[in-house]
Design a protein around this ligand. Structure first.
Ligand code: SF4
Ligand code: SF4
Length: 362
């Protein structure tokens, strides 16, 4: 049987508050079985709080709506992400006053609160599950959908696998892609790679060469992406392994809860080229689409990806001069990686079904 995905569209028929997305979000929540599920439980609402001058993360009005819904249905909730204290969530309106619940670092203030689960996939060995995620009874995976340089697409799977774990796990997953190579002959020493690194992981040594401290490096590729001369590259392009690592990490986290204690909500608005961790917002790639919600992570990811269509591309969303690929999903044309791969891997791991049916909530 096909998995159900609730969907509310941005499209509207009349100039009425009830036709706007926050009002539709309330109706999605009421139409779902989430209210019964969270009753009496400690609920972690995992979202990406963004960084720097990002303004395309999930607007507080939606977060507040979800928090109130959980509380009204007898759940006790908190908003969580990693590096919360460094990323100034208050600059994007994410405060306890605004949202009605605490905004907490999932691995604790110093990033040292976690529980390790061992996995065995190539060099990927440790899923360090964030302590506050581990301690919760119920997980709401509340994701802003966008592109992602390392895997093409960032949605529900990415929100868990890169956000509910420690730096060590992020590094091990990114490490599946390979290391960084620096071509001295191409480098013009503009320093953009150093400025782009949020992890203080790279520097030019006294020898004038590019050095990476792989302990700090999360293999986010920000340095490679900003390099104007393509002097920094990965030494392997096995993105399938990266996606397999993300899927395995997601499964490890979700197995802690079981299918009855997780719920997924994808916000398909401000769909930009890159992840919110970049600390910037670029123009949208496509017009805003709406909201999807489901208890099946595979179905919601598949449905969300299917709604982002290359024929809807707004050229302004792509950097000037960037040459897009000619085949595949919009995110594949933009980042060179098939975004459906991670969905298939999640399905192969038994986390849900790509066979979905949309139930529209108007
Ligand atoms: S961004 Fe590229 S060209 Fe500029 S300093 Fe770094 S490696 Fe060299
Ligand atoms: S890959 Fe990311 S963390 Fe590593 S050196 Fe480059 S910008 Fe820094």
């Amino acid at each position: 049987m096909a998995s159900q995905v609730l969907f509310s569209s941005m499209a509207y028929a009349r100039y009425e508050a009830g036709q706007t997305l926050p009002a539709k979000f309330e109706r999605i929540l009421k139409a779902s079985d989430l209210g019964e599920k969270v009753k009496g439980k400690k609920v972690a609402i995992k979202m990406h709080i963004g960084d720097g001058v990002t303004y395309s993360t999930i607007p507080p009005v939606f977060v507040r709506t979800l928090v109130k819904f959980v509380q009204d249905n007898g759940g006790e909730c908190f908003i969580t992400d990693h590096y919360v204290y460094r990323r100034h969530p208050e600059r994007r309106g994410y405060t306890a006053d605004n949202l009605g619940c605490p905004v907490l670092d999932d691995c604790g203030y110093f990033g040292k609160y976690y529980y390790t689960k061992e996995v065995d996939f190539k060099s990927f060995r440790h899923v360090d599950v964030a302590g506050l995620i581990h301690d919760a009874d119920f997980l709401i995976d509340f994701s802003h959908v966008k592109g992602h340089g390392a895997c093409g697409y960032g949605g529900a799977c990415k929100n868990i696998s890169m956000g509910c774990v420690t730096d060590r796990t992020r590094h091990e997953i990114h490490g599946l892609e390979g290391g960084l190579l620096w071509d001295e002959n191409k480098c013009v020493h503009c320093n953009k790679c150093i400025e782009a690194c949020n992890h203080f992981a790279n520097h030019f040594g006294k020898d004038g060469k590019y050095h990476v401290n792989y302990h700090n490096c999360t293999m986010c590729q920000h340095c490679a992406k900003v390099c104007p001369t393509k002097a920094i590259t990965l030494d392997s392009h096995d993105y399938a392994d990266f996606q397999q690592g993300m899927a395995l990490c997601t499964k490890t986290v979700l197995d802690l809860f079981g299918p009855e204690n997780v719920y997924f909500i994808n916000m398909l608005i401000s769909i930009t080229a890159l992840c919110d961790c970049w600390g910037l917002t670029t123009p949208s790639l496509v017009p805003d689409i709406g909201i999807t919600a489901s208890s099946d992570i595979v179905a919601i990811e598949r449905a969300s990806l299917d709604m982002i269509k290359v024929e809807d591309l707004i050229p302004q969303g792509v950097p000037k001069g960037h040459k897009m690929g000619e085949t595949g999903h919009l995110f594949q044309r933009l980042h060179g990686k098939d975004p459906y791969l991670q969905i298939k891997m999640l399905e192969d791991m038994g986390l849900g079904s790509q066979d979905y049916e949309i139930r529209e909530i108007k």
